[in-house]
Design a protein around this ligand. Structure first.
Ligand SMILES: Cc1cc2nc3c(=O)[nH]c(=O)nc-3n(C[C@H](O)[C@H](O)[C@H](O)COP(=O)(O)O)c2cc1C
Length: 389
């Protein structure tokens, strides 16, 4: 019932703010509907028809409160930013439905990783990162705030988010800078420079960026803790690599042909992992490292966590991840991700104890200044991932 109350409250707030757009709707009629639904809600305890009517009302009230309608094709232009989000093995587990005044972000069940990500946790993190890109693309490209509803329909768990254009407003300079970083951000799996530590002022920038809806980023600066974390990821990696099904799934995402639009191409694979690496990378079929090109001995390592294990928490972690990565890119930094711990429950429990935090750790990051550039990993064309409604 709290969802019903929330919807009615939201509808009231939007009707009070409007009307700023959606000339075709009639706010007076929506007010009457609101009063009527309130009446009915006061007398019934649980009624799915009532809930459905409240959802529809909230949606129409939100149309009234927001600015003039954005043409579907213009709205679809924001998807180019969404698809640049990171995803495990570059699996791009998303679809976008773009219709009148809304972008739906959906989990694409055809692109699951059944072995590495049986519960779609990593997929939801990737989609959360795509939602974060939309939050920036709306003000920058459309001149409109992004109004985001996460998991808006409990009956449809693949509908991860609905993003609508809100009030007209110019993008803040910080939003413009972070939006510009979307296309420059790439995973960099190579050793980073070991002659310059990460600028201390950036530490706070990164931890602040992660702070959204209960997420956190712990920077690991103690050498002993860093070593412990490295051992933990190494153990998790060893467990995974002993599983032939994991190896088979992983190798299925390695791409050798130049026209590939997903997966990991040779140019992005990074060096082949070697025993003794302080943090083991995934083996994406990269070339062996030159003996004088070792990993930096004291990298800036970080653990990204969220408030819990609910799908909404995983979307929040995705948003926080992308916020951290864009802040890093804007500050001249690059990052490598290590999610092996997410896939090995025992390793994750150890990491949870180690983090000594409320909530759940999800990903390990290595952050630093690049010793060599990496290139954009391909994406499927926007037309392939968008359904125009
Ligand atoms: C949830 C999640 C887990 C990831 N885990 C790893 C990982 O364990 N190792 C790795 O090298 N990259 C990992 N990545 C990075 C992806 O491989 C990368 O984002 C993808 O290949 C697209 O490349 P890009 O980041 O350069 O755009 C992960 C990304 C996400 C979102």
């Amino acid at each position: 019932m709290s969802e019903l109350r929330d919807l009615l409250r939201r509808a009231e707030r939007d009707l009070q703010r409007g009307p700023r757009g959606a000339e075709h709707s009639d706010p007076a009629r929506l007010w009457r509907e609101l009063v009527e639904l309130r009446e009915r809600a006061a007398h019934v305890d649980d009624d799915t028809r009532l809930l459905g009517a409240a959802r529809q009302l909230a949606e129409r009230a939100s149309d009234v409160a927001t600015g003039p309608p954005v043409p579907t094709e213009t709205l679809a232009g924001t998807i180019a930013a969404a698809v640049l989000a990171p995803s495990m093995h570059n699996s791009q587990p998303w679809r976008f439905a773009v219709g009148t005044g809304r972008v739906e972000v959906r989990l694409d069940l055809q692109r699951r990783l059944p072995v590495a990500d049986p519960d779609d946790v990593a997929a939801r993190i990737a989609c959360g990162a795509a939602v974060h890109n939309l939050r920036l693309a709306f003000p920058v490209r459309l001149g409109r705030a992004a109004e985001v509803a996460l998991l808006p329909d409990p009956a449809d768990p693949t509908l991860l988010a609905v993003v609508r254009p809100g009030a007209a407003r110019p993008a803040a300079p910080r939003e413009q800078a972070l939006h510009a970083a979307i296309a420059r951000r790439h995973s960099n799996r190579y050793p980073f420079r070991d002659d310059v530590p990460v600028e201390p002022t950036l530490h706070a920038t990164l931890t602040d960026a992660a702070r959204t809806r209960g997420c956190w980023l712990d920077l690991v600066v103690e050498p002993a803790t860093r070593q412990l974390l490295g051992e933990l990821v190494t153990d998790a990696d060893r467990v995974l690599r002993a599983d032939p099904a994991y190896e088979q799934e992983l190798s299925g995402w390695i791409r050798r042909d130049a026209g590939a639009t997903d997966g990991i191409p040779g140019g992005a694979a990074g060096p082949r992992p070697e025993p003794g690496d302080p943090l083991p990378g995934r083996d994406y079929g990269g070339a062996p490292r030159r003996p004088d090109r070792g990993f930096e001995p004291a990298p800036l390592v970080a653990v990204l966590g969220g408030p819990g294990e609910h799908p909404a928490d995983q979307l929040a972690v995705g948003e926080a991840l992308q916020a951290v990565l864009l802040a890093a890119t804007d500050g001249g930094l690059v990052a490598s991700l290590y999610s092996q711990v997410l896939e090995v429950p025992e390793a994750r429990s150890r990491l949870r104890r180690m983090a000594g935090r409320l909530g759940s750790p999800y990903l390990v990051l290595r952050i630093g200044y690049p010793s060599r550039p990496t290139f954009a990993t391909p994406r499927r064309p926007v037309a392939e991932v968008v359904d125009l409604r």
